[in-house]
Design a protein around this ligand. Structure first.
Ligand SMILES: [Zn+2]
Length: 235
């Protein structure tokens, strides 16, 4: 495998560095297609029901049902808008899906297999599988695939034909955020299997984020094969 990291331009050589990620909100066109469809239908039923039941001189017996179904449709539209378009982040710490105030993080080193199924990018990790809808997040998915191919090429299992319509990642994509280092205490060293008790004892692979005890850092990362040694980062 070609060593890709040599081409990266790094300004400072400190082993501690700032970590960045890009935040993407879902495409409004996708959200509105789904939501307006259901929402409008709901609003229409609701309106018809209200008219028939309370405004018309001849209230129809089914009017109450129209109101109920319409209201359910509206509520569904509002919540669906959320589901399709949860903000997604891609960057040094891997991938994160924002669920309200919670960040659902998947480290690059945790990814086992990334593939496309039924219009979704499936992220199979060590302990769980998440998905991102392509139509809702074309830019985030494009970025994720580009970074993933550099960081953890073995996990990437996406056919070119499945992602033909995705845009090319650009520097001004998303909202650039600076993030704190990952939580490493409690994770286990990939080389020795020992639990890392203190952050100061941990070293991270700059490419995939795999964690090692500082005395057990291998020459090459055991997860992504990047050269390590001196390049390993402090947490
Ligand atoms: Zn690595």
């Amino acid at each position: 495998m070609a060593e890709v990291q040599g081409s990266k331009k790094k300004k400072k050589k400190s082993s501690k560095r700032t970590r960045k990620e890009r935040r993407y909100v879902g495409e409004t066109t996708y959200a509105s297609k789904v939501t307006t469809g259901i929402g409008m239908f709901g609003a229409m039923l609701l309106g018809a029901g209200v008219y028939s039941r309370w405004v018309s001189d001849h209230p129809a017996s089914y009017a109450v049902y129209l109101v109920a179904v319409g209201a359910v449709g509206l509520v569904a539209a509002l919540s669906l808008g959320d589901i399709g378009t949860l903000p997604v982040r891609v960057g040094d710490l891997g991938i994160a899906i924002e669920r309200g105030n919670e960040l659902d993080r998947i480290g690059w080193s945790d990814l086992k297999r990334v593939y496309v199924e039924k219009g979704k990018l499936m992220l199979e990790a060590r302990e769980s599988t998440s998905s991102i809808t392509l139509a809702a997040h074309p830019k985030a998915v494009a970025r994720l695939l580009a970074e993933g191919t550099q960081r953890v090429p073995e996990a990437m299992d996406v056919k070119r034909s499945a992602i033909e319509d995705l845009p090319t990642p650009r520097d001004d994509d998303g909202e650039l955020l600076t993030v704190d280092g990952p939580q490493v205490a409690g994770r286990s060293c990939r080389a020795s299997g020992k639990t890392i008790a203190f952050e100061r004892d941990a070293r991270l692979c700059p490419q995939c984020g795999e964690v090692y005890l500082k005395d057990r850092v291998p020459k090459k990362c055991l997860t992504c094969s990047a050269e390590l040694g001196e390049r390993a980062l402090e947490a």
